[in-house]
Design a protein. Structure first.
Length: 642
């Protein structure tokens, strides 16, 4: 029942709203900027609190978040007094009031929410995808260990102690929602997904559009409608992967780009430059801990902003040498950052999927990653580029440059044959085309909204020439409604959104031939908490979904993910559990690990892998275990051979 997601939704809104609202107000934000900054600032607060709590030996809960919010508010308020006084305090305001932003976000939330409802079908839906094994189990691991730090979450897959760094902001947020409400992990995930997709993303991209092109009602509402019109974001990242951390960082990224542009003096409207600089400092840490590649994306989108600033200063002869030196230093530092913020070389292996020409065509036709051509969106984007460049303003050039950057990165990932160049520039995204496809909407939507605004303005002018009564309030309202409906129909009916919906439905479907979790396996996992003591460990192949007993049944498992740092004892159990006899080395390993049960979820494996664990197969013919429960072909065994 969808009613069970109401409380987690409220908890998510509070968790992603209250800390950021306090911090944004302390920094001097108001209006649309304050609303858009609440979630990004809250993510940074949660991420920072997770690290500080671990260092201080404090169990992970909402308490460290409250303390961190209070401390950060003091710092931001002090920073505001310093920076705003230095960088000016005038703030351009729109004349239309708050209603265009409210309407824009409301339309986006309704359109995106309806599509997610069609995709998920139920509030506890589980994505049948490779990465979801880790993400769901990592949330439960945080709840069990009491630590959500990016320096400890990696311990789930590295019991030997090789922790390193893992971007855990998304897991920290979901774990708090589950902890506050008592909801199961899948329901908490659904709540966070709905809030991020329906509220955080539209607010973020609407503010970016207003930063580039102004605060007109037509532009604002169009940006909201178009925020729900692209398959590449948010829907692709909820189908492919599943890439929850990248999804969270991507929803925050437009706000970071807007703050960067405004702080650099390129955005045409927004808070004072000093406030935006302070906001950027507050947003970037959480965005980076959600997923480091977002930091590289922000660096990439800073290129056209820096270019506009450099051109402005190059007009003054006395500034040319310093500007050239600054640009050179900027490029060097950028290349260093791109090389540093990347996964290990052996993980950057994704091949191209199309030719270079096809990749370029996909960008120009709003059909990245093999989606059907989105004619209306593509035409509006092209019109937006023409209109913004014709205006001769730096913000329009920067917005168009951002689209070029996003398109270039996707073309490199999807179609370039220059492997060294791909690895250099898109290595932080694993050379993975869908990850780069998800960046294109960020740059496309503001331009398309500008194009829609141009159509609206031209249409009103045409009607006014024929009948002056068009400027009456009632007539204007009718024209506005007709325009919104026309935009929704042109950009939302059929095409990419229909295809991504169908693909996503398959990804979340709980069916008998599902790769990860079948109805029988799901029903058996529901009974596991009553059959397995909390201190017992369950063995089983993670490739079949057996490892999800951690997330879905709150029971410890031997292998919570596919990519594990396996010790000698675990390797022995996987190799020979079914042959275990009293006094054997296998039984010694079983005792040391605390393995008391085995889940056998059959032979179907995620992505049609064929990974074998001899010690966990053919258990029905083994004297080392006894069957204690079964649901169809899914069986729970108890280890009795030791």
């Amino acid at each position: 029942m969808w009613s069970e997601v109401v409380l987690p939704l409220a908890a998510t809104l509070a968790l992603l709203g209250v800390p950021g609202l306090v911090l944004g107000a302390a920094a001097g934000l108001r209006g649309a900027w304050l609303a858009a900054a609440t979630a990004p600032l809250s993510v940074t607060t949660v991420a920072t609190a997770s690290v500080v709590a671990e260092w201080g030996g404090v169990t992970w809960s909402v308490v460290p978040v409250v303390v961190m919010t209070a401390a950060a508010a003091v710092v931001l308020a002090a920073g505001r007094r310093v920076l705003v006084g230095r960088w000016g305090s005038d703030e351009p305001r729109g004349a239309a009031g708050p209603w265009p932003v409210l309407l824009a976000v409301g339309l986006a939330a309704g359109l995106i929410g309806r599509r997610l409802w069609l995709i998920l079908q139920r509030p506890d839906a589980v994505s049948q995808s490779y990465d979801n094994i880790f993400h769901l189990n990592a949330v439960q691991y945080v709840l069990q260990t009491g630590s959500a730090s990016p320096f400890t979450v990696g311990g789930m897959t590295s019991p030997e102690g090789n922790l390193g760094f893992y971007p855990s902001a998304w897991h920290a947020v979901v774990s708090l929602v589950a902890d506050l409400t008592g909801a199961g992990v899948p329901v908490a995930v659904t709540a966070v997904t709905l809030v991020v997709a329906c509220v955080v993303w539209p607010l973020s991209v609407v503010v970016l559009a207003r930063t580039w092109f102004g605060t007109s009602a037509a532009l604002t509402v169009a940006a909201g409608v178009l925020a729900a019109a692209t398959a590449a974001f948010p829907f692709l990242l909820l189908t492919y992967g599943i890439l929850y951390p990248l999804f969270l960082s991507g929803a925050v990224l437009p706000l970071a780009v807007a703050a960067l542009a405004r702080a650099a003096g390129v955005g045409v409207t927004g808070p004072p430059r000093g406030v935006c600089a302070l906001l950027l400092v507050g947003v970037v840490p959480g965005m980076a801990v959600a997923h480091p590649s977002a930091l590289v994306a922000l660096l990439a989108f800073s290129v056209p902003v820096a270019a506009v600033v450099a051109v402005r200063h190059l007009r003054h002869p006395s500034r040319r040498v310093p500007v050239v030196a600054a640009v050179a230093a900027y490029l060097v530092l950028g290349l260093v950052a791109v090389r540093v913020i990347r996964p290990p070389a052996d993980q950057i292996y994704w091949p191209t999927i199309v030719t270079t020409g096809q990749a370029v065509g996909e960008v120009l036709t709003a059909s990245v990653y093999g989606m059907p051509v989105a004619i209306a969106l593509a035409l509006l984007t092209l019109l937006g580029i023409v209109v913004s460049l014709r205006g001769g303003r730096g913000a329009g050039a920067a917005a168009s440059g951002a689209f070029v950057i996003a398109g270039l990165l996707y073309v490199l990932a999807a179609g370039s044959q220059q492997d060294w160049l791909r690895t250099l520039l898109v290595g932080p995204w694993y050379n993975n085309p869908p990850r780069l496809a998800a960046l294109v909407p960020l740059a496309m939507i503001p331009l398309a909204a500008r194009g829609a605004e141009a159509v609206h303005d031209r249409g009103r002018a045409w009607l006014r020439d024929r009948d002056q009564r068009i400027d009456r309030p009632r007539a204007r309202a009718v024209v506005a409604v007709v325009g919104v409906v026309a935009l929704v129909v042109a950009t939302h009916v059929g095409g990419p959104l229909r295809q991504i919906t169908t693909e996503s439905q398959r990804s979340f479907a709980l069916v008998d031939d599902a790769w990860l979790l079948t109805p029988d396996e799901s029903r058996l996992l529901e009974r596991v908490p009553d059959l397995v003591p909390p201190d017992s460990v369950i063995a089983g192949s993670p490739y079949t979904g057996a490892g999800l007993a951690l997330a879905l049944a709150d029971r410890r498992v031997l292998m919570p993910h596919l990519l594990m740092d396996i010790g000698a004892d675990t390797a022995r159990v996987n190799r020979s559990l079914r042959f275990a006899t009293p006094g054997s080395e296998t039984c010694a390993a079983i005792d040391r690990l605390g393995v008391d049960f085995v889940l056998d979820f059959g032979e179907q494996q995620i992505n049609n892998y064929e990974v074998t664990y001899p010690g966990l197969e053919n258990l029905e013919r083994s004297d080392a275990v006894e069957e204690i429960d079964r649901e169809g072909e899914a069986v729970l065994y108890r280890v009795v051979g030791c």
